[in-house]
Design a protein. Structure first.
Length: 375
């Protein structure tokens, strides 16, 4: 039979668990309900860390902050509009290109079916597919009539609205970053030395992660574009842009960014020297940057457990859609950096990491040292 003290402890733990679960559900609800505000705010935070060193660099040469901000704002708006124009122009030529890819795919399938004495029509009938309907020009027209293409363009305008909301948040954040840090120091004046140390460590590590990750993503996208342009592949700039963006999504992003253009090359040119060369160079590009260069520069920031990364991708993808998947790993890295610099939260940072030896060194396991000594 439980004593009153044991019953109290048991009920307290149960109440804490229930309250924690309710708090988590409310947290998720708030994230989903305020998605249109929180996504631009989160992007603005990362952009603040990305561009703050550049503002400090301009400040060193006596360039006024307002002038530096104007230059950065117009640069970002210009890049955004160029990307939108690039996407729209590519969409306009896509139906004709898809028809060409379909013709090459037809030839490829026919060459595979030939040894089996099967025609494409017979094979399509076996799969219950009407090959006469595979006219992408007509499909595009139907999509236009159904309003699907129009809704895609509407989504671009929605993205434009989110972009300007994000820009407004970013301007206020980047202008008030130093003042906010000063207010934090003033609020925790009794423990000023530790607070200053933690703020500096979090800022430096988070800034390093975002800048290095962005530079490596740009390099990945640039090399992808150069490879595809050198071989005269369609939509080289689009594939480079996709490689840059998807580089923020670990594993899945690299696979899509590598094999999607390879598939297009094979559909256009068949399985020949050009396709094999492009495939080899794209795979090499992703492997060298992803498996050698990136761990070298991001190792201490990206010591994240693969399970935690996967959970982050699923969770933020569910909460904020595709944008959440792009932000998942930067958010996970930011959490680990933040936890690792706060003494009380450091055990959580260790658990989020992938290095088991570090985990054993940081956490005292009863009897472990005694067992090792006996050995």
């Amino acid at each position: 039979m439980n004593t009153p003290e044991q019953s109290l402890v048991k009920h307290t733990k149960a109440a804490a668990f229930i309250l924690g679960f309710i708090a988590f559900v409310l947290f998720v609800y708030v994230l989903m309900a305020l998605r249109d505000i929180l996504v631009p705010v989160t992007v603005a935070i990362f952009l603040t860390y990305l561009f703050h060193p550049l503002l400090m660099y301009f400040k060193k040469y006596k360039i006024p902050t307002w002038l530096s901000l104007i230059v950065l704002i117009f640069t970002l708006i210009g890049i955004y509009y160029l990307v939108i124009l690039l996407i729209i122009s590519s969409l306009s030529t896509l139906p004709d290109k898809m028809q060409l890819y379909l013709a090459h795919l037809t030839q490829f399938v026919e060459s595979i079916l030939k040894p089996f004495d099967l025609s494409l029509k017979e094979f399509a009938a076996m799969l219950d597919i009407d090959i006469q309907t595979l006219d992408f020009g007509k499909v595009f027209e139907r999509l236009m009539q159904a309003g699907i293409i129009e809704s895609i363009f509407d989504s671009f305008y929605a993205m434009l609205g989110s972009f300007f909301i994000m820009m407004i948040f970013w301007i206020f954040m980047i202008m008030g970053k130093n003042k906010f840090e000063d207010r934090l120091k003033f609020a925790f004046e009794s423990n000023l030395a530790a607070v200053e140390k933690n703020i500096k460590a979090i800022n430096d590590q988070l800034q390093s992660y975002i800048i290095i990750k962005t530079i490596l993503s740009l390099v990945t996208g640039f090399i992808t574009t150069v490879i595809l342009l050198a071989f005269g592949i369609d939509f080289a700039l689009i594939w480079g842009l996709i490689a840059f963006i998807l580089n923020y999504i670990p594993n899945i992003g690299s696979i899509v960014a590598t094999f999607a253009p390879i598939l297009i090359v094979m559909l256009e040119y068949g399985l020949g020297f050009k396709s094999i060369s492009v495939a080899a160079l794209l795979i090499m590009n992703q492997n060298i940057i992803g498996n050698f260069i990136e761990p070298q520069y991001l190792g201490r920031h990206m010591d994240l457990s693969p399970v935690f990364v996967l959970f982050s991708l699923i969770f933020w993808g569910w909460i904020w859609g595709i944008t959440g998947m792009f932000l998942a790993v930067p958010i996970a890295a930011a959490m680990k950096i933040f936890f690792s610099n706060i003494e009380a939260l450091r055990p959580i940072a260790i658990l989020l990491g992938s290095n088991v030896r570090k985990l054993e060194d940081k956490i005292s396991i009863p009897g472990r040292h005694k067992v090792e000594k006996d050995k």
